[in-house]
Design a protein around this ligand. Structure first.
Ligand SMILES: Cc1cc2nc3c(=O)[nH]c(=O)nc-3n(C[C@H](O)[C@H](O)[C@H](O)COP(=O)(O)OP(=O)(O)OC[C@H]3O[C@@H](n4cnc5c(N)ncnc54)[C@H](O)[C@@H]3O)c2cc1C
Length: 414
């Protein structure tokens, strides 16, 4: 019988894997099962162009539907996998049917972390949102009208991108962040304060070091009317027409743990994307993998990781075995300015900037032992490739030359 690979999750990683398998010459059956109503699509525009109404639904799709037919990929949308039976090598679906696999790939992504506040458990709030899927954006877009008061809980990339779209559409935006500065887990204070100023100049208000104490609901418990908070200990109440929660992601690992696979902040895989079960792989946001870059284990939430991880899994499945070796990188778009990040700045000793912070185009380099371990490139896309090379080469650099925008970045490595 023909060999069959089942991919659970028709998102960025699952979609990439299915086509990558064909490109790498895989001849068996490929089944791509996704619980959403859509074929694989790009999520980054959800908090940017799609929310703003600049992109249509079909422009989000990774590939036109005809491509799946052409590649002989059996795409089943609206199909949820409920369980894995490793003994019989079958998955069971929401409708009770079972499908046999030879190899199974979990590409289940994650879900938005819900706001955990007492008293909200039974409420079905019509104006409290998160942004993970097309349907999330479709549910909230009608309220993105001038004059509406939006409170955003969480100062990460998704919250900041939504803030940028909302003020441009004429909403009053207040963003609440628990940490003393924005993006504190992923960037240095120089970039945090630049981003904060950039948004403030356009009308976004911030409450930093802020604790959300509760939501005020209407009598029917269907609408949020206000948010009560304490900012550096001082109590405050904000009126709200809608509230967005952007406080991170919970990886979808339940299928794997119920099947007895190791889960530790993601489904545990090796550098070839394999779990301890030789017939099961995991990729993308849901997977925790060894990182050649950090030397430890890592779970990444980014498109470049989903794409690269899918490529590694495709190679494994066709027997080529190419280990994951990419350096983490990520981008964000706010008010038409591109922010690109490479590496992880955790543990840096020195930050060197080049370019003009006031001119809104500069790069921040994070150094440890005179080596660039990470960089944030803002509005200088031409510099990004050179920044990536600096991070991946781990070469020692001359700090004075690094900070001098007149010196070509390509010539910095000592
Ligand atoms: C609003 C937003 C903005 C973003 N912006 C950026 C950006 O600017 N740059 C960047 O690099 N990254 C960005 N990201 C992150 C990026 O989109 C993710 O890292 C990427 O989508 C991960 O791909 P994935 O395939 O692992 O997961 P997903 O794309 O989430 O796909 C997983 C799919 O599996 C489905 N699924 C889960 N369980 C089951 C099941 N049991 N049965 C069937 N189907 C199942 C899910 O419904 C989902 O469709 C953004 C993400 C969001 C939400």
């Amino acid at each position: 019988m023909e060999e069959r690979i089942i991919i659970v999750g028709a998102g960025q990683a699952g979609g990439e894997l299915a086509s990558s398998l064909r490109k790498q010459g895989y001849k068996g059956r490929v089944l791509l099962l996704g619980d959403e109503a859509h074929p694989p699509y790009q999520r980054p525009p959800l908090s940017k162009g799609f929310l703003q109404g600049k992109l249509s639904l079909t422009e989000l799709y990774l590939k036109p539907l005809a491509t799946y037919e052409r590649f002989d990929i059996e795409l089943k949308t609206g199909t949820r996998v409920e369980a894995i039976d490793r003994a019989t090598k079958e998955v069971s679906l929401g409708d009770g049917s079972r499908l046999a696999y030879d190899k199974l790939v979990l590409a289940t992504g994650g879900r938005a972390r819900p706001l955990n506040l007492p008293g909200l458990e039974d409420a079905r709030l019509e104006n409290l949102f998160s942004v993970r899927s097309i349907s999330d954006v479709e549910a909230m877009r009608g309220r993105f009208v001038p004059g509406n008061r939006l409170v955003i809980i969480g100062g990460g990339y998704v919250g900041l991108e939504v803030a940028a779209v909302a003020v441009q559409l004429g909403l009053h935006v207040t963003l609440l962040e628990a940490a003393p500065r924005l993006l504190s887990r992923v960037t240095g204070p120089e970039v945090s304060s630049f981003i904060e100023r950039f948004h403030r100049e356009r009308g976004v208000e911030f409450r930093l070091s802020c604790e959300v104490r509760g939501l005020e609901l209407d009598e029917a418990r269907r609408q949020v009317r206000g948010v009560s908070l304490a900012c550096q200990g001082a109590p405050e109440r904000l009126e709200a027409d809608l509230v967005l929660v952007g406080i991170g992601l919970i990886p979808n690992t339940e299928l794997a743990s119920a099947a007895g696979l190791a889960v530790d902040n993601g489904i545990v895989v090796d550098e070839y994307a394999c779990t301890a079960d030789p017939n099961i792989l995991a990729i993308g946001d849901c997977a925790n993998q060894p990182s050649a870059y950090t030397g430890g284990r890592i779970r990444l939430e980014s498109v470049p990781n989903a794409v690269e991880h899918a490529r590694v899994a495709a190679a494994t499945l066709v027997g080529k075995m190419e280990p994951y070796a990419a350096i983490p990188w990520f981008w964000s778009d706010q008010y038409g300015v591109k922010l690109q990040m490479v590496g992880l700045s955790t543990g840096y000793e020195q930050c060197v900037t080049r370019g003009s912070v006031d001119g809104k185009e500069f790069s921040a380099f994070y150094l440890k032992d005179r080596r660039v371990i990470a960089a944030d490139v803002i509005g200088r896309p031409a510099e990004f490739m050179a920044a990536r090379r600096l991070v991946s080469s781990r070469a020692e650099v001359d700090v004075t030359r690094l900070g001098d925008a007149a010196v070509p970045l390509n010539s910095i490595a000592a």
